[in-house]
Design a protein around this ligand. Sequence first.
Ligand code: SF4
Length: 384
Amino acid sequence: MPRSSKNFQMGENRRPEEMLPTERPTEIEKTPEKEKAFATEEMKIEVTNVCQFGRCRFCSPCFRPTVKEAGTEEFLRKMEGNLDTYLRGCGRKIILTGGGEPIDAPKKLFGTLELISKKLEKLGVNLDLLAVYSNGVRLLEPVSEGSDKTYVDELLKHGVRDLNISVHGLTNKERSEIAGEYMGNIDFDTLIPRIVEKGMRIMTRTTLAKGFIDSVDTVERFTKWMSGLGVKMMYFSDLFYVPPEERGAETVPGSQETLEWTDKHRIDFDKLVNDVKKSKDFEFVAEYARHREQGRTFEFKHMVSGIKVLFGDLTIGDEPVEAPTYAYVKPDGSMDTHNNARDLAKREYVPLKTVAKYRPGRPEREFQQIVQLRRPPKKSPSSE
Ligand code: SF4
């Protein structure tokens, strides 16, 4: 059920369904009362839907609605306006993320970073965070043919100091099984220290899944390994949860195979967090809500290395339809209503066969049309 229906427009009592299409608050407005609207919000920018080398079995962009991707020029033009709104609304944290793999769309990625830099200079402000999320596959490849500069060098040149790399298992075999051969073959023992040496701070993102990282023992081993390589922060993420009653063509129109994989491999997140609380290797620091209470984050300190270790879960698909999204730019450049409000959005969504084209190398069967949405299990296996 929607958790709130009051926060979409100041002084407005009508629901969006009761308004004319032209009156609906689909774009985040540039009004004085929104001046500090983004002071506590991160801006997330999905530069592309394309992910050439990731084959993650749990990839939520494969089953969620996919917005039609704009070309570089159109994307940057629209994104610039939204960037301006965000920075003038006191937002100071920007994350370039996926959707897809940012490095697979270099013109959009570096074009966005250039716009950010120009806009900061013009407004005379600094960011508290500028981070890029990556699947790690091409980070140390040349940024263009024959160049001696890598993608990491180019990111550093554009002011990025924080890189978030996906690492979803302890061994190459595990990582290949959950994320495919390209991500599975990455030699993190070499990659991470080389990137750290260049001056980048590394955070890892790890999906918790049965048979992979799924217990306090595997979390401890993984944390010891990564902290030893110079990782500064770690984030363990529960598989996204879409409540059964919210599942349908609006919320999960994409790959049902991927969605089913998440249902089958979801761990008992609360039990794991409680086990970590009891472990002598970690000290519990705090719990806080994330994404407007759609999820929770548990913060710990790793006793040996002192680094921050986070655990998060997130429910998606039941956000109130009328609530404007947090500052989330999609690959069409828009910062519109969230994806559950497709009928209210000005965005254009693409059919499954186009989603498949954004994902070369994934098996075609993953993108076959939905025959029937199957009923998933309840969220916590142990609480049944
Ligand atoms: S890296 Fe994995 S989760 Fe990320 S977009 Fe690619 S396939 Fe999906």
